[in-house]
Design a protein around this ligand. Sequence first.
Ligand code: GLU
Length: 489
Amino acid sequence: MKDVRVRFAPSPTGYLHVGGLRTALYNYLFAKHFGGKMILRIEDTDQSRFVEGAVDNLINSLRWAGIEFDESPEVGGKFGPYVQSERFELYRKHAQILLDKGHAYYAFDTPEELLAMRTQKPGAVVAPKYDRLVMKNQYTLGAIETKRLMDMKAPYVIRLRIPPDAEITFTDIIRGDITVLGWDVDDQILLKSDGYPTYHLANVVDDHFMEISHIIRGEEWLPSTPKHAFLYDAFGWERPEFAHLPLLLNTSKQKLSKRQGDVAVEDFRAKGYFRSAFVNFIALLGFNPTGDREIYTIEELIEYFDLSKVNKSGAVFDLTKLEWMNTQYIKIVPTSELVELARPALESAGFGGFDDEYVGRVINLVKERIHFMNELPDFVPYMFGDIKEFEIEYIKKRWEENSKEIALDLIEIYKKDDVFNHDSLYGAAKAYAEEKGIKLGPITHPLRIMTTGKSVGAGAFETMEVLGKETCIQRMEKFIELWDSGTFI
Ligand code: GLU
């Protein structure tokens, strides 16, 4: 196989779509699998869609997902990705080459004329295609009239001339051979009347000069591929290989669209998904390396990646699965990373002053019970400050007649406990229960209530261990005071 060089070629629309991330990721896995190169090219030929900051935003989201690019050419005085708006001359030159070779032509139709042509006739199934033999172009106008219009600077476009009897066949690695007849392909505009290239021209010229070996992109570009294949042939260039990735669908099997909720990678990041879980989930949208499991490291994904095993049918973007995957990662992600993820939420809750070691212990206490690290301050506020709220209904139910007596005894017992870890706390509670001939429940419920104010949480003894002796004793004594003063009645 020739040297692998792939590219991710987004239009800077303002954010990275999850489908875009899937495309970038598959390119990345493919390049890494073969020790090839991956480049980033910003396709900004449609200047009317310019969005301030869109490129930085894209790069940040890609970087967050762990995708880095191989080339950083100097563009407009700074180093960054390839940018098409810096390369317009190259595209114009190549439109001219096609004109000279007879593969392209000038057309002078006005927007109104084009609209009239495209307006569907009643009963027509598809919009009519541009008919070179009747519209206003160099073939119907003749050389003299064409020159006259050019001289008087009449607006024009340059169109690709696709003969109706052309038979365009290309191979898609995922879908096999595809043949399209010239009849069914529009004479694509290559250069617009403002002199800017269309996506098709710029894309093919760039892929050629950037020596792209494989084009891996979403299925929505499949209808463009016959035009591109034709362009490579018209220039006399070797075609790259093509692979079109399956559409992303929502759980109702419709195309995933912005209206149906979050599709921006940055939103998932902000929600607190783990990078590794999110990337793992995205990687499985259309491909499963072994088919027998769901959790893969990036190294495994690179090792197993095989374009020919990518599915043809649409891949369902299932948020429930993403959430499940996230919880799987909570179990395996190192505590230090969890602490880092919890930090912003802790800061904004006013709990920024705790050291990593303590935050890590709290996380380990509750990580199987939360979905996102940013839930931490709300889930266990009592681990970071005084109890602000008691679950009164629960207390009424669980604080029994003998609870106070038990609590007072345990305060005395625990005051003498200098180890104050789960085992010592549990051991003492068990011994006490045996001595009094009671079950452990009437002991653990009051303990949880007194030290956390809540009905749910991690195990009472584990929680107490992390809270520490001083805090626990203080809270227990305070609770008794509150109880006596009738706060919970
Ligand atoms: N600029 C196109 C996009 O926004 C690139 C399509 C392709 O990869 O050729 O997705």
